[in-house]
Design a protein around this ligand. Structure first.
Ligand code: SF4
Length: 284
């Protein structure tokens, strides 16, 4: 069956024509991980910061807070001295501080990581306050796929769930950045680096709500909520309420302009395209 990566929904601005162009036909390991060989520097920072937050949040119990504190201090040292600590080198992907324009990357890393780490720890604190007696008892799993076996995390999510999107029954593939676990509660959280806009926020919400919908189908025994962690949200995170509106993803002819137009195959012919043309690097 044809499939769609749920993360594509977060890039679509609700443009179903764009989503249709991203439907895939063969399975090529869509569950987590990322190809760093062709990433831009902004993407490299995004991937690096994701891995850093996952490194901290997946520590157990009281160790998590201590590691978060040390990482915060090390990030400050990185900003002031442009020097990475052993702990930061362990937390970031191999070679992160050795290739490309290092100075720029270190400053961008500090900017993104310090607030995202704070937002993640704020979410955890809010969960601990919400469920009395759960302090230091939440476990966090990273990169949990919704369509395959996750033997190391104790979940079996195969075979993939399907939904009717853009007029077609599609399998849904994807991987959740962080799953917070306590008793029968599961909080599915996505980490978002980069800038903020209301349009982006609606995209992120759609993505997380799809994950929640699929999780509820696969684990009827769980009470499930979604969350977004992003530096521009109040306290660095937001809870999501309400189910996904599947009708908003149904009309195959629905076109909505947005940043995704830059990479859309209809960008030159679409009436509502926001494609701004190829940027001129040199004036002739
Ligand atoms: S150009 Fe933009 S609005 Fe038009 S179909 Fe593509 S993504 Fe949608």
């Amino acid at each position: 069956m044809r499939y769609l990566r749920v993360s594509t929904i977060a890039e679509s601005s609700g443009c179903i024509k764009f989503l249709r162009s991203k439907i895939l036909t063969s399975y090529r390991n869509s569950g987590g991980g990322s190809n760093r060989t062709k990433q831009t520097d902004a993407q490299l920072v995004g991937t690096g910061v994701h891995e850093l937050i996952q490194f901290v949040l997946t520590r157990e119990g009281s160790e998590r807070g201590k590691v978060a504190e040390q990482i915060s201090m090390d990030l400050e040292h990185l900003r002031q001295n442009l020097e990475s600590s052993d702990l930061l080198r362990k937390a970031f992907p191999d070679g992160y501080f050795q290739t490309g324009v290092i100075q720029h990357r270190m400053i961008k890393t500090w900017e993104e990581a310090k607030t995202l780490l704070q937002g993640s720890m704020n979410l955890l604190k809010a969960l601990e306050e919400w469920k009395k007696g759960s302090e230091n008892k939440w476990s966090v799993k990273e990169e949990v796929t919704i369509n395959t076996k996750n033997d190391h995390h104790g979940y079996d999510h195969s075979p993939p769930s399907s939904r009717n999107i853009a007029g077609e029954e599609l399998n849904l593939h994807g991987s959740i950045d962080l799953v917070f676990e306590y008793q029968s509660y599961r909080i599915l959280a996505e980490l978002k680096t980069g800038g903020y806009s209301e349009k982006k926020r609606r995209n992120w919400e759609r993505q997380v709500k799809v994950y929640v919908d699929v999780w509820k189908e696969k684990h009827k025994e769980h009470t499930v909520f979604g969350a977004i962690i992003q530096q521009h949200l109040t306290n660095g995170f937001s809870h999501l309420s309400g189910p996904i509106n599947w009708a908003s993803l149904a009309d195959p002819s629905q076109a909505v302009g947005g940043p995704q137009c830059q990479q859309c195959k209809y960008r030159n012919s679409c009436d509502v395209s926001e494609f701004e043309g190829t940027q001129m690097l040199y004036m002739m």
